[in-house]
Write a protein of this length. Structure first.
Length: 117
């Protein structure tokens, strides 16, 4: 990643001690940067299936032009694009899924407490 720095699987502690695991993409400069945060149940490390996309295109499925880097997860911002614009991009696995600890909470007070300060 020539325009920035990638830190994989950084542990971020929540108020109750559960750790969410994140990938952090940031510009190389040390000055403060705004942050774009993406929390996903699909897996922060689940990158696009290039073979599946190719086979769907062969079968006639039309996607239009997808112009994003290979580090872009499903329904996530393209970290390379945003780092080049001067942003930090944080991609997290939700509580209890993939690498993050705890019990899965798709709604309710526990999820609200995890996602708000």
């Amino acid at each position: 990643m020539s325009s920035g720095f990638l830190e994989r699987d950084a542990a971020v502690p929540m108020r109750d001690g559960v750790r969410l695991f994140v990938n952090l993409f940031r510009p190389l400069s040390d000055r403060p940067h705004p942050v774009i945060m993406s929390v996903t149940p699909y897996g922060k490390d689940k990158l696009p299936d290039r073979l599946g996309t190719f086979l769907m295109r062969l079968s006639g499925v039309k996607f239009g032009k997808l112009n994003c880097s290979g580090l872009t997860g499903f329904e996530s911002p393209d970290p390379m694009y945003w780092v080049r614009q001067g942003y930090i991009v944080l991609q997290a696995d939700v509580r209890g899924m993939h690498k993050s600890e705890g019990r899965q909470a798709s709604s309710g007070s526990r999820m609200q407490k995890t996602t708000t300060t």
